[in-house]
Design a protein around this ligand. Structure first.
Ligand SMILES: [Zn+2]
Length: 489
């Protein structure tokens, strides 16, 4: 016979558990926050009581055993909580029960803390006292102290929630930081802990026991979170929890930039509903309306444009401008529509009609921005200067891709042709000199230089992920590329 005993649960005794814990390095005076599953051990003689007694025996009079008292409570938690020696921390969403020398100081005034798991909570106090987190037959998904790292980092996906509960000072209502989650990839952090050598793993009965110094674990997470605020999130594109939390991280990051990141409506989606979903999933709140349901903006009627702008605004999406890719025959109508919808900016190509367009815009109190398409930079700057000399104020949408298409080096040459003073928008689109579309900063549009230069001057206009990006990917990949570009600055 081989040693395979499928379905046979090992028998475990209190002495066996004690030995297993000592082998892992636990001893007299230690503080342990225990997350456990009794059934993972096998058949424990004496049940949950034996598990608790084993821990108390190993930790001794001077040690402390702590268990969480929220969520799906196991029998081990019940035994600790109902023990006459137990001290309870009063907290509506993150309470613990503790037995031992440090129980009082660990639990004290938990409810007064700013956050559920940070400063002034049992979780950080255990870390500060050199305590451990022990996962007995459960994985990192149950490791509540990982929230401590998230709270210390102030990850942008935390939200406030108001809760009312009873304390020794009567009923109190407090705002506590909450995680909208619920999903995280805490399981995935196990690998990081192993790699960093801070995880001790053993086995008692059939339960895999993980033991970590709480402080070391928090420090490793904080370091990982500083490098990547999404360190605790999964990368499953169909996990709506993590997609939403990643969008919160990006929105937070972009909010610290002087410019506004905007997406072409054509790139964001065909319908308004599709655009909104796509923009939200990518942490963006602004579109430039160039296309709607397959139609260019200048072909839309008043009603279509008005309905779209209102629907977008109702969903929290701002329309930075209405754009026409070609010089419209009906510029008057387009501008009337923009004004009537409350969109203050119109973006049109720089053309022979520029003077007429500028006049129409001025009459309607609209801001007109003109983008280069076929012109070289010298011609573009002459046209813009001529308009200014006539008293017509227009902005310039710098299309680095179009300059590259015209055979110029957009930053090293075009940008320096007196164009800088006019720029009120940067189009984020890249191509090679031969005209083939490229992901951002993979072509010859010198976007890194352009973005960096504008950031240095606290450029506060829109940077627009144009429809052209659709040739090399979707909105998601364009935003990712742009973010990767910012990462390299
Ligand atoms: Zn997820």
């Amino acid at each position: 016979m081989s040693g395979v005993t499928i379905g046979m649960k090992p028998r475990v005794t209190q002495q066996g558990i004690e030995k297993g814990l000592r082998d892992l390095g636990l001893g007299e005076g230690d503080i342990v926050l225990l997350h456990s599953s009794l059934s993972s051990f096998g058949m424990v003689e004496g049940g949950a009581r034996a598990v608790v007694d084993a821990f108390l025996s190993v930790l001794g009079e001077s040690g402390t055993l702590v268990v969480p008292t929220f969520g799906a409570l196991g029998v081990v938690t019940e035994v600790v909580r109902e023990d006459p020696r137990a001290v309870l921390s009063n907290h509506p969403i993150a309470g613990v029960a503790a037995i031992g020398a440090a129980a009082e100081e660990i639990c004290k005034d938990h409810w007064r803390a700013e956050t559920a798991h940070g400063e002034g909570t049992p979780y950080l106090r255990i870390a500060e006292r050199g305590g451990y987190v022990c996962l007995a037959g459960v994985d990192q998904d149950r490791n509540t102290t990982l929230h401590t790292a998230e709270e210390l980092l102030g990850v942008p996906y935390m939200k406030d929630r108001t809760v009312t509960f009873v304390t020794e000072e009567g009923e109190v209502t407090r705002s506590v930081r909450r995680f909208p989650g619920p999903h995280r990839d805490f399981i995935g952090l196990d690998r990081l802990f192993r790699q960093r050598g801070i995880l001790r793993v053993g086995r008692i009965g059939s339960a895999v026991i993980r033991l970590m110094r709480s402080r070391e674990m928090i420090d490793v997470c904080v370091e990982a979170g500083r490098a990547d605020p999404a360190f605790a999130l999964c990368d499953n594109p169909n996990c709506t929890d993590c997609v939403g939390q990643r969008a919160d991280i990006r929105r937070d990051r972009l909010s610290r930039e002087s410019f506004t990141l905007v997406a072409s409506s054509g790139l964001a989606g065909r319908t308004v509903a599709e655009m909104v979903d796509n923009l939200k999933a990518n942490g963006l709140d602004h579109v430039e309306l160039d296309m709607l349901q397959g139609q260019p903006a200048h072909c839309l009627n008043d009603e279509q444009l008005r309905t779209a702008v209102r629907a977008l605004r109702d969903c929290g999406v701002g329309v930075s401008s209405v754009r026409s890719a070609s010089a419209p025959d009906c510029a008057t109508e387009l501008m009337d529509m923009a004004r009537d919808c409350g969109v203050a900016r119109v973006v049109l190509p720089l053309s022979e009609e520029a003077r007429t367009h500028a006049t129409l815009a001025a009459q309607r109190g609209l801001r007109l921005s003109l983008f280069n398409n076929i012109q070289g930079s010298e011609q573009a700057s002459q046209m813009l200067l001529a308009l200014r000399q006539e008293g017509l104020e227009v902005g310039f949408t710098f299309s680095a891709a179009s300059f590259a298409r015209a055979g110029e080096r957009p930053f090293l040459f075009s940008y320096k042709q007196k164009l800088r003073q006019f720029i009120d928008q940067l189009d984020l689109e890249d191509i090679c000199f031969d005209g083939t579309a490229q992901p951002l900063a993979f072509g010859n549009a010198e976007l890194k230089e352009m973005v960096s230069m504008l950031r240095c001057a606290s450029f506060d206009g829109p940077m627009v992920l144009t429809a052209g990006n659709g040739q090399v990917g979707d909105l998601g990949s364009a935003v990712e590329r742009f973010e990767a570009l910012l990462d390299t600055m």
